[in-house]
Design a binder for this molecule. Structure first.
Ligand code: ZN
Length: 239
């Protein structure tokens, strides 16, 4: 597990597709990747809990982990970390390996299909998706996503929004280019359900949640559950 740190390339276009999962759609239009995948700028969003430690190593992400050691737990709405702009990962070091291992544990414990780093209080551009029998969990570092196809509504839940279900409109096909945990760049395309999962998790890296995509009817249906979450958060902060 203790792999040597690697500098990682920046995904740009998907011309150099390393591999392709299942069949995708031909006509994929460029979308919402405005800042995705660009290398680490210093305008890191910070909160008190995320202030750099005095001994943080330049060029590493150590400062993001000082107060956030495992075991991490799921962060729920309306915790502000879910709204932060996330930072591109520049080095895959032992902290990133540790973060991914811990995220896999949290995702498995909660039975989720995917989990983004902000959901465990780490505002980095990384998410994971759950595998199936004979198909491993996948790690997406600094992903760039392109979406296409007809837009369809489908019910989505979120580990950070327990008891909330939103019928989210999304294009049915997606192509994603990201860096794997071993530092290699890969591209996947699908028009299956994974296209929706990638879009959901990518939204987390942009500080977007499914409740931002609610219809008036969803707003009504979820009003009480959202209020309960807000109240619970206030109580945790107060206590
Ligand atoms: Zn989610």
């Amino acid at each position: 597990m203790a792999a040597p740190p690697r500098r990682i390339p920046t995904p740009r276009s998907s011309n150099n597709a390393a591999s392709s999962q299942r069949e995708g759609r031909g006509e994929i239009g460029r979308e919402n990747s405005k800042d995705a995948g660009r290398s680490g700028k210093s305008d890191a969003p910070r909160s008190a809990a995320l202030d750099p430690a005095a001994n943080a190593t330049p060029g590493s992400h150590a400062h993001l982990f000082t107060n956030l050691r495992p075991p991490r737990s799921i962060v729920t709405f309306p915790d502000p970390v879910l709204r932060k702009k996330t930072i591109a990962i520049t080095t895959i070091d032992e902290h990133i390996h540790e973060l991914v291992a811990d995220m896999k544990r949290v995702m498995a414990e909660l039975g989720g299909g995917g989990l983004a780093a902000p959901q465990v209080s780490v505002p980095l551009r990384l998410f994971i998706t759950a595998g199936k029998p004979n198909f491993p969990d996948l790690v997406f570092i600094n992903p760039v996503i392109e979406i296409a196809g007809a837009v369809e509504a489908h019910d989505e839940g979120c580990l950070s929004l327990p008891d909330i279900v939103v019928a989210v409109l999304r294009p049915t096909a997606a192509r994603i280019t990201a860096t794997a945990l071993d530092g290699s760049l890969f591209t996947l395309e699908t028009s299956e359900f994974a296209a929706r999962v990638w879009q959901h998790e990518f939204d987390h890296l942009e500080g977007r949640l499914i409740i931002d995509r609610m219809t008036p009817r969803d707003k009504l249906t979820n009003r009480k559950a959202l209020r309960d979450l807000e109240r619970a958060y206030e109580e945790r902060r107060g206590g």
